[in-house]
Structure formats: C-alpha cells, structure tokens
Design a protein around this ligand. Structure first.
Ligand code: HEC
Ligand code: HEC
Ligand code: HEC
Length: 382
C-alpha cells in the first residue's frame, strides 16, 4: 500500500537522528498541551458538583486516595490504654472542627455538606478501614481533592492523636454518649420557637469554652488547662496569641479564631472571676515534688535555669500564667511543646521558650509534680 509505505518512510526520516526524534517528541508535547488549554478554554468540562463523577472516575479517585494515604502514613499506633483525657479533648475538637461536615452520633450530615463532591462520609462506617497512623495522617493533612481541611497547627502531633483516640471511640457512641464527651457540663436547653427563629442561642454550643474548660466544674480532660482565677491579662494575652497563630495549638486556634476583641475581654474577666474548681487528687511521688520545689524556688544556676516562682507565683506580672493546681499532664505537655521548638513567637512565648528548653524531661516531670501538688489558694494571692 503506497500510503503506508509513505508513512513508514516519513517516520524513518523523522527518527533517523536524535535531533529529529527530540523534535517529534516536543511537537507532540506542545500539541497535547495546546489541546488541554483549548479544552479548558472551551468550557466543555462540567465542573458542577451536582452532577457527580462517572462511576469509574469515583472509583479511580478513591483508589488513588487510599493508596496515597497508605503510602505516606506513619506506622505509629495510639499508645495503649483507655485514655479518657485524650478522648475527651478529641471529642471537644471534633464537635467544632469536624462535625459540621461529618455529622455526629444523633446528628446526620447536613444536606449542604452532603452535596459536596465527594460527600463527607459518616465516619462510623469508615474508621475501621484505617490503621491508627493512617487516621493520624488524614486528620493532620486533610484531603486535597475532597476539600477536607488539614489540622490548623501541623506541629501539634499530641493534639492530633487526641482526635484519633476519639475516632476510635466514635463507633461505640450513641447521641447521649457523644454529647457527654463533646459538650462536657454544657446541656443546651431545648430552644423556644423565638430563639430558633431569631438565632439567639446556639443549639449545639459549638463556641462554648466550658465544653473543654469547665465553668462550674474543672475541665473534664487533664490535657486542658484550668482558667478559673487566672489573671485577666494572661487569658487575653493567650487568646490573642492563638488567634494570631503565634501560639501553636490546632484546638485553640480553632476556638479563638472568630473571637472579637470585646468577646476576648469579656471571656477573660469571666474566667478570672470564677472560683477554683475542685480537681481530682493527683498522687505524686514526694521525692519528685521536693526536687521540683527546689527548682521552682532556686532554679538551677549551673544550667542558667532561673527560679520559676518569680514569674509564676502570686506576685508575678499579670500576663504570666499561675501554675499552682494545673494537672501534671497539662504542665508536662506544655514544657514538651517548647522542647519541640514551638511557641516561641509571641512576646510571652519568647520569654518562656529559652527557659523551658533548658529543662530536661526529668526536670519537667519534677516541677510539674510540684506545681500540681500546690493547693491553689496557697499562691493564688488574689
Ligand atoms: C469541609 C468538610 C470536612 C471537614 C471539616 C472534615 N472533613 Fe473529613 N472528609 C471530608 C470529605 C469530603 C471526605 C471524603 C473523601 C472521600 O470520600 O474520598 C472526608 C474523609 C475523611 C476521612 C476518611 C474516611 C473515608 O472515606 O474512608 C476521615 C477519617 C475524616 N475525613 C476525618 C475527619 C476529621 C477527624 C475531621 C476533623 C478534624 C474532618 N474529617 C473534617 C470532608 C471534611
Ligand atoms: C476543644 C476543647 C477546647 C475549647 C472548646 C476551648 N479550649 Fe481553650 N484550651 C484547650 C486546650 C487543649 C488548651 C491548651 C492548648 C495549648 O497547648 O496551648 C487550651 C488553652 C487555653 C488558654 C491558655 C491557658 C493557659 O494556661 O495558657 C486559654 C486562655 C483558653 N484556652 C481559653 C479558651 C476560651 C476563652 C475558649 C472559648 C472561646 C476556649 N478556650 C475553648 C481546649 C479548648
Ligand atoms: C522570666 C519569667 C519566667 C520565668 C523565670 C519562668 N517562666 Fe514559665 N512562663 C513565663 C511566661 C511569660 C509564660 C507564658 C508563655 C506563653 O504565653 O506562651 C510562661 C509559661 C509557662 C508554662 C505554661 C503555663 C500555661 O498555663 O500554659 C509553664 C508550664 C511554665 N511557664 C513553667 C515554668 C517553669 C517550670 C519555670 C522554672 C524553671 C518557669 N516557667 C520560669 C515566664 C517565666
């Protein structure tokens, strides 16, 4: 056939030297790109979420997503044990950061979220498909093509593990169990018609601080600090640092992002005025308390560690937190955050960061044991 013979001869000529072959590859590349631009320019592709993908595209995206997550996720697993402190903190964050897309026990996915493409699934059916490390990765990084956001602070792995601990608990929860964990002592009253109509109360109490920090009671999780009786200036300062992204906490950045200046002032005065709540006795080793007390009073001059009480006792500046009576877990956790190189961007963070980095992990355990053991009244000094 002459046509075929011509084509063969032309191809042989084009590929005869590396230069010509490269030219052919480039020309094909330019043509493919030009067609792609033309396709996008023409508007022929339907971007409507309402029409869905072809089933094969759905399948392909899911297949790609699962493989991508499995490939990148760490092999780490949740530390053993039934850890209520983590689960409660994770539930508190889930209520504000996830439930508006994924729904929660007793509250189905909203029709708005369900119209996303792909729609956010009910996580009850899904958490069992993933290993701990994979859930961790999903919560930390989110999913680009699905519009699922990543965690607001990418450095706080401890907070992300709290969310994973909660996800593991999720399938066993009914509406009541969920609300107990996520709402703490808050029990939203059924709203009247007028309240629903005028939006005067928030049905799900998403913005309520007392879900995590308590109000009449102590925080339900020992990973959450007691705010009751802290100086007003300290609470305001911390809220501004979270809202500005200068203090690393995905949980608190979520809670503080929308607060106006006026609300920050009112919240700070409210918590500053509350009496110290009763906390669970935490047993601590008397030797650790004694070592911690020595550091708190005198510092460790040989390692340039100053006395803590000068800045954290009753007479300290009002922007500085009081430490007496906070839980061991919270205090150790905060000191570990500085050791990890975080929280050194705010004015007050810059003061504490170099001191905290000089403390060893053992020092941190000792000073935490000491401050936890102090009766709050001892040094509240108000
Ligand atoms: C803006 C909506 C949105 C928010 C907020 C959101 N997600 Fe998602 N999430 C999605 C969508 C959409 C998918 C589905 C991806 C798919 O089907 O491929 C998803 C998937 C997941 C998956 C994988 C489930 C599966 O399909 O196997 C997990 C786990 C998950 N989300 C957890 C969370 C957690 C925990 C939070 C809060 C920290 C959260 N998501 C916040 C939209 C959201
Ligand atoms: C989902 C749980 C949760 C909610 C809701 C929440 N917080 Fe927090 N809050 C935390 C955790 C956890 C921390 C410790 C964060 C860190 O590591 O810096 C914290 C820290 C703080 C601190 C710093 C205290 C200190 O000793 O340094 C202040 C102030 C604060 N929260 C105020 C509020 C206010 C006001 C609200 C309501 C608008 C609120 N929080 C809502 C969990 C929560
Ligand atoms: C020169 C003053 C100063 C000294 C000395 C000091 N701190 Fe601090 N500390 C601060 C400031 C300021 C903050 C608030 C940091 C922030 O806003 O991020 C803080 C915060 C903390 C926190 C977090 C408390 C909370 O509620 O979030 C802990 C724990 C802490 N310090 C422990 C110590 C220990 C232990 C020592 C002694 C070894 C010490 N500090 C010495 C100024 C000081």
């Amino acid at each position: 056939m002459p046509a075929l013979a011509h084509a063969r001869r032309a191809a042989a000529w084009l590929l005869a030297t590396p230069h010509r072959a490269l030219g052919v590859v480039l020309a094909i590349g330019v043509m493919v790109m030009a067609s792609a631009v033309l396709f996008a320019w023409s508007g022929a592709y339907n971007v409507a979420a309402s029409t869905g993908h072809f089933r094969i595209v759905d399948y392909f995206l899911r297949f790609g997503m699962e493989n991508s997550v499995r490939r990148r996720a760490p092999v780490a697993t949740l530390p053993e044990g039934d850890d209520d402190d983590r689960v409660r903190l994770g539930a508190g964050h889930f209520h504000a950061g996830c439930a508006y897309c994924h729904g929660s026990p007793g509250t189905p996915i909203s029709p708005v979220a369900a119209s996303m493409l792909p729609p956010p699934p009910d996580l009850n059916d899904k958490v069992g498909l993933w290993r701990d490390g994979e859930l961790f990765w999903l919560v930390k990084h989110g999913l680009k093509y699905a519009g699922m956001p990543g965690f607001p602070s990418l450095h706080r792995d401890d907070e992300i593990w709290a969310v994973v601990a909660f996800l593991r608990r999720l399938p066993s929860l009914d509406r009541r169990g969920y609300r107990e964990l996520a709402l703490g002592e808050i029990e939203p009253e059924p709203q009247s018609g007028a309240e629903i109509a005028t939006g005067q109360t928030e049905a799900d109490a998403i913005g309520a601080c007392a879900r995590c920090h308590g109000a009449r009671q102590a925080p339900p999780s020992r990973l959450v600090p007691i705010l009751h009786g802290q100086p007003t200036a300290m609470i305001e300062n911390a809220l501004r640092a979270y809202a500005a992204g200068e203090r690393d906490s995905g949980v608190m950045q979520t809670a503080a992002a929308d607060l106006s200046n006026g609300a920050i002032g009112r919240l700070a005065r409210y918590y500053a005025s509350l009496p110290r709540p009763v906390t669970q006795e935490e047993s601590s080793d008397p030797a650790a308390v004694a070592r911690g007390e020595a550091i708190a009073r005198d510092g460790v001059p040989s390692r340039s560690i100053p006395s803590c009480l000068g800045c954290h006792g009753a007479e300290a500046a009002p922007e500085y937190p009081r430490l007496a009576g906070q839980s061991v877990r919270y205090l150790e956790g905060q000191l570990a955050v500085w050791r990890a190189g975080l929280n050194d961007r705010s004015v007050t963070g810059k003061i504490m960061a170099p001191i905290a980095r000089r403390l060893s992990e053992a020092d941190a355990q000792d000073v935490a044991a000491y401050f936890t053991s102090l009766a709050a009244a001892h040094e509240a000094g108000r």
